[in-house]
Design a binder for this molecule. Sequence first.
Ligand code: ADP
Ligand code: SF4
Length: 707
Amino acid sequence: MAGDTATLTRSGMSAGENPGQRRNPRYDILFEPVKIGPVTAPNRFYQVPHASGMTNALPRVRASFRETKAEGGWGVVCTGACSIHPTSDDSPLPFARLWDKADIQSHALMTEAVHRHGSLAGIELWHGGASTFNRTSRLAPLSPSGTPWMATHVGFMSNLRPKVMDRADILDLLRWQAEGARKARSAGFDIVYVYAGMGYLPYEFLLPEYNHRTDEYGGSVANRVRLVQQMIEVTKEAVGDSCGVALRISLEELRAKASPHAQSEAHEVIERLKDLPDLFDVKMDSSPTDCSASRFSEEGSHEKVIDFVKKVTTKPVVGVGRFTSPDTMVSQLKRGVLDLIGGARPSIADPFLPKKIDEGREDEIRECIGCNICISSWHDSVPVRCTQNPTIGEEWRRGWHPERMQPKKSDDKILVVGGGPAGLECALSLARRGYAVTLADKGRAFGGRLNFETRLPGLSAWRRVLDYRLGRLQTMNKVDLFLESDLSADDILEFGCQHVVTATGSRWTNEIYTSMEVPVGRIDGPNVFTPSDLAEGRLPAGPTVVFDFDNYYMGGVVAEHLAELGNQVSYVTPAGHASAWTIMTNELPRVHQALSRRGITVTTLNRITAFDGEAATLAQLFTGAETKFACRNLVIVGLRRPEDALYHALMERDLAGAGIKSVTRVGDALAPGAIVHAVHAGHRYARELDEPVSEEPYKLDAPVVLS
Ligand code: ADP
Ligand code: SF4
């Protein structure tokens, strides 16, 4: 085989097998217990409530998903928001509920699973108010003053206005919260939440824009905070000494408002509530800032908003900030910002993050890259998916564990061609099973598409997809890594392996679409580019139009990149927004802000149908009306086609004669998509090699039904 062997350390150990390694004493503070009212968290790792896309229809999937985090060392593991009443019905989104006995049993599966590992189980009782439109229950949505939440935002839009709550509605809400708390206690939860954040009902009472009431629940902060106060009181009364009561509250908007009594309205609200809950769980106000993508925010981005809370209350405080570095966590504790390190995305990317720190294996943490694909799963209404952790959501249905692989079933050798996300994950997972693996790539570095993409504006954290996998591969036995090895079918037949995986990726094309989104020809020319050209160093110079109908991040970041290089850039898309799919990852508003900051004009609802080197021809999506757009270069960010020539060449050959039992395409070489899909496909190949082929690719869960 041609090419150099990449630096390869052979420590004789595989991932997770580092006997004798001990916790760094610098991190001891992370493992101290914390009292939360009547219960005690065994350490400071707190998996805050977060959406999982696992409704009560998938109780076993949900229980295993949360259990894995408890097993991985999270001292508190919460379930996602749980509706307390049918007036809080978020359908068609995959919300959980706690309405009846079957729901209690459904959640009990999760609390039992979490308790098996000595962790506390928490539940976020939730009323969505004017942000849920009760599409299934058909009950009137509730609100303080009849104002809907984000009325023009896809997913929140409705042709129904919320009703203004009267006194009886408020009493009902307090009763539902108390009943919810009692049900939560019966289900075995240790921490019960009042949720006053992110546009939901109690939060709407806190904000004057949504609360115009003239009764004792409106007007001054003292009045606006009354409902939250009463909700905490009824919750405490309901659970007695058996559970801790947490308040989850958004503070971004409130902190921006002046108060006559305190530094800001946020300060005043916390001052008024400071002795009531057993725990403050503090956060930002809307998804794009609360769960901000790494493209737009650094680790610890909430600090500037929530840093004051601990100075006002003596109760423990938990907060998030995509914390993956134990040093940052320790700094948050020592500087008095937080008492508990909250994690949602870091706990998805690596459920074993606390254990790895505890065992002195920080270098094995699979760090969240902040891509927010996990959040898109909620919007897609499916169980959570993760770019870094292909096993998430698959714990029960496929039996995948993030840290354990089943041993190999043969001594077969596997050649993986292509060291992008799919090939890297495939090779690593095969090696973890104990197979002898060779990973070869024609490039001068492993990483595939990551080598280009992580150099684009805001995407540097995505390098963790490569760093984690290559780092692990370099410590493993029976792994050979080859670079600058452009393999042909002949090379592979001579190589002497039993299985070949072609993870050879895909290439962007200059094809264009009709208004019905059917590929129709291509635009050629010396000044026509695709992201693949840019990756190979062929760059436009001068006024450039980026035509994007891929709709995810690539069009936006390429436009930013070219503007950064000094070009005048315009962005055109047939979609309604720039990078339209990023609505799913909470990035859309920030994409528009980023394009605007760089002076990039955005034209929506237009296709480009022709380009002559002087101007692009635009056709309005619905009317077909044509306009000319002067530009010197055109970058088409549209379709990708698999790079599968090697696969097809192999399939023509006498594979059996060369001792090859199988040739399989994985990742973009099979179906081009986001990195999350390539990683999952690479992992699945490794899990399924030499295993019996099942009729059902995964187990089907079913709701708990009471007899
Ligand atoms: P994926 O996302 O599916 O992993 P990528 O495009 O990121 O796909 O990676 C594909 C990798 O495959 C690239 O690094 C490319 O250099 C490599 N590759 C493609 N064809 C060959 C080949 N014939 N021999 C070796 N490496 C190849
Ligand atoms: Fe982090 Fe992306 Fe995984 Fe979400 S999908 S946990 S943002 S790596």
